[in-house]
Design a protein around this ligand. Structure first.
Ligand SMILES: Nc1ncnc2c1ncn2[C@@H]1O[C@H](COP(=O)(O)OP(=O)(O)O)[C@@H](O)[C@H]1O
Ligand SMILES: [Mg+2]
Length: 635
């Protein structure tokens, strides 16, 4: 007897529905996307029992005629595309024509709608359709004011296996709320409501700017710690907001990602964001990011997965670097407010804080103010005296609360640019006795080392400084041709890898082992780490290996699985040095002893390139004596 049979249609549809509808939030997603595609300005969602017993979405969009409404429940019926070519130019959220029939096949669904155009021309009857398990139960004409309302009851009532997989009401509700929050963040001009058991969960009126929507949904505190993203390169536009490093979350739910208005889950985007924050926040934390990527629809493939949350970029490198650049730029603007602060002390023309360059008005300054009370913290290393070599040290040591001087009276004492005459004219500080070796004064906000030398004052970012030192060391040891010293772990660590990571690991095992690691495969999906380069002895080996594999997945030669060329071997080595340095370097917000600060500075200045870290970030900000003197109108 033949064993192969064609499945009944109902079963086929239920199987297909399983791909689109995993849980109530998936239904909410499809319905809200339909409402947005219908140009709605108001979308109200109401759920019961976390959406397990009811999800209702109503909108004020263009609606449907009776004929279209019936067709909409046929499989592969859509108004959004007509040909394969249209797929390349998709600007709507839906296009597969699968959502309504799929949802209908696994629930009891009722749709009420009226065609906007017919309504306007006075033909004012709407239609109501009811389906159960994919079968039409009832259809009738109704009086209906506007838009569309879809009510989905008893999700998976006819697929008990699926129903069993549904989680608690609160878990399902949290998925629905995140989904609504995501879309509400992306469409600030649309009013969104979400009710659960008569409680308002989301209720946001239409606003003009995305900032206002962030404020409405994520609250004042988060809104205040977000800085805008604005970047464009090679046809990729980046907009949105990203949080200052102090705003941290412990799950990737704080990343709201959109490509051409579509909410997505994407490795390229997530990686670029995490990479941008790699040395600013702990690797287990996430920033809060609202990221809108806009690019020519032809540059992406949205038809990768039935839920449409996964997409494929034709040139993911360009998108990755645009995101990285946009975030680094935004954070750098804020970092520079820090140097502006230094510059603003002596300059006779005060710039109000809100008008400072970078003009975000909520930069790093208020952040530090909040964290450290009303004055900036300045950890002076003056006691015990730790710098026997320190000329000039004593003259500045008394300034332990020097940062309070940010509130110095800022009015100018004379015409701008005119040197003062009179009593102070000759009071130019002696610098001749100062050595060229910097003297450490102390640590600012447990993140920056402040030092002076003959030339002026310098502020050193402790993390990037250490990163540079470790990177140089790793490089030297790789280039020496000698065996790279390794540190055996007390207990070997095991790391679970994805098949993709494992494939890459296989290609670079020899290389890792030649450069201080001791790693070997352990079963098909696991890596056993017995040792790490001595440089990284105190670092979580898992983090380093994962970093490395993540970075290396972008290397084309490795992707294709071919043997490594010399060039790519060098890239692998370079990447090992970068990952080691980044992981092992002192983090910001870490108190340092005076000895450590001095070691850091001395060693840094021996580097061939003490001014930028391996990623190209600045390490030292300087305020030259001349600038100081000019600022105080002494020259
Ligand atoms: N809320 C709505 N307002 C107006 N038209 C809708 C609405 N929901 C669905 N439709 C119509 O029904 C069609 C089928 O919807 P759906 O099954 O979600 O497929 P898709 O969105 O992929 O086209 C849509 O193409 C659209 O024309
Ligand atoms: Mg749809």
């Amino acid at each position: 007897m033949a064993k192969v049979r064609i499945l009944p249609k109902v079963l086929v549809h239920q199987i297909a529905a399983g791909e689109i509808v995993e849980r109530p939030a998936s239904v909410a997603k499809e319905l809200v996307e339909n409402s947005l595609d219908a140009n709605s300005t108001r979308i109200a969602v109401s759920v019961e029992d976390g959406g397990k017993s009811r999800i209702q979405v109503s909108d004020d969009g263009i609606g449907m005629s009776s004929e279209d409404a019936r067709l909409a429940f046929e499989h592969h019926a859509t108004s959004k595309i007509a040909s394969f070519d249209d797929l390349r130019e998709i600007t709507t959220l839906g296009f597969r024509g699968e959502a309504l029939p799929s949802i209908a096949s696994i629930s009891r669904i009722r749709l009420k709608t009226i065609d906007q155009e017919a309504l306007e021309s006075g033909l004012s009857l709407g239609i109501e359709l009811e389906y159960e398990g994919g079968t039409l139960q009832d259809t009738r004409e109704i009086a209906w004011p506007r838009g569309t309302e879809v009510t989905v009851d008893d999700l998976f009532f006819n697929v008990p296996v699926r129903r069993k997989f549904l989680k608690t009401t609160s878990t399902e509700l949290s998925h629905v709320s995140r989904l609504i929050t995501c879309y509400a963040l992306a469409y600030p001009e649309v009013e969104f409501k979400l009710d659960h058991a008569d409680k308002k969960i989301v209720d946001v009126s239409s606003v003009r700017s995305p900032q206002e929507r962030v404020f409405q949904l994520l609250g004042e505190k988060v809104a205040e710690s977000m800085v805008p993203l604005e970047f464009e390169r090679e046809g990729v536009r980046i907009k949105g907001f990203t949080s200052l490093p102090h705003e941290q979350r412990n799950s990737s739910h704080s990343l709201y990602l959109y490509v051409n208005g579509r909410m997505v889950r994407d490795k390229v985007l997530t990686h670029a964001i995490r990479f941008a924050y790699r040395d600013l926040i702990p690797s287990s934390s996430f920033p809060v990011v609202l990221l809108f990527v806009e690019l020519d629809p032809a540059m992406i493939d949205v038809n990768v997965h039935p839920t449409k949350v996964e997409i494929r970029f034709r040139q993911s490198q360009i998108v990755h670097s645009a995101i990285l650049n946009s975030i680094e730029k935004a954070l750098l603007v804020n970092r520079s407010t820090l140097s502006d602060l230094a510059r603003n002390i002596p300059v006779a023309e005060p710039v109000p804080a809100s008008h400072r360059p970078g003009g975000i008005g909520r930069g790093i300054e208020p952040y530090f103010r909040r964290r450290h009370g009303d004055t900036f913290s300045f950890r002076s290393s003056s006691s015990p005296p730790a710098f026997p070599t320190g000329y000039g040290n004593s003259s500045i040591q008394g300034s332990a609360d020097v940062a309070g001087s940010e509130i110095l009276p800022q009015e100018s004492g004379g015409p701008v640019g005119t040197p003062f005459g009179g009593a102070h004219a000759d009071d130019i500080p002696e610098t001749a006795h100062l050595g060229s070796t910097p003297v450490v004064l102390g640590q600012f906000v447990e993140s920056f080392v402040v030092a002076v030398d003959r030339e002026g004052v310098m502020v050193v970012d402790q993390h990037v400084a250490h990163e540079r030192i470790l990177y140089d060391q790793a490089h030297r040891s790789f280039e020496s041709g000698k065996v790279v010293p390794s540190q055996r772990l007390l207990l070997p660590a095991t790391i679970e890898l994805t098949p993709e990571q494992m494939a890459i690991a296989h290609l670079i095992f020899d290389h890792l082992n030649a450069n201080g690691f001791e790693v070997e495969p352990f079963g098909t999906q696991t890596l056993l780490v017995r040792g790490v380069p001595a440089l990284a002895k105190n670092v979580d080996p898992k983090g380093i290996i994962e970093d490395l594999l993540d970075e290396l997945t972008t290397l084309d030669e490795l992707r294709s699985g071919s043997k490594l060329s010399d060039r790519s071997l060098r890239r692998v080595q370079e990447q090992i040095a970068i990952s080691l340095a980044c992981r092992a370097a002192i983090k910001i917000n870490t108190p340092l002893s005076p000895e450590k600060m001095r070691w850091l500075l001395d060693t840094l200045l021996q580097s061939e390139n003490p001014y930028t870290c391996p990623h190209g970030r600045p390490i030292i900000l300087r305020l030259d004596i001349e600038e100081i003197l000019r600022g105080f109108k002494r020259i």
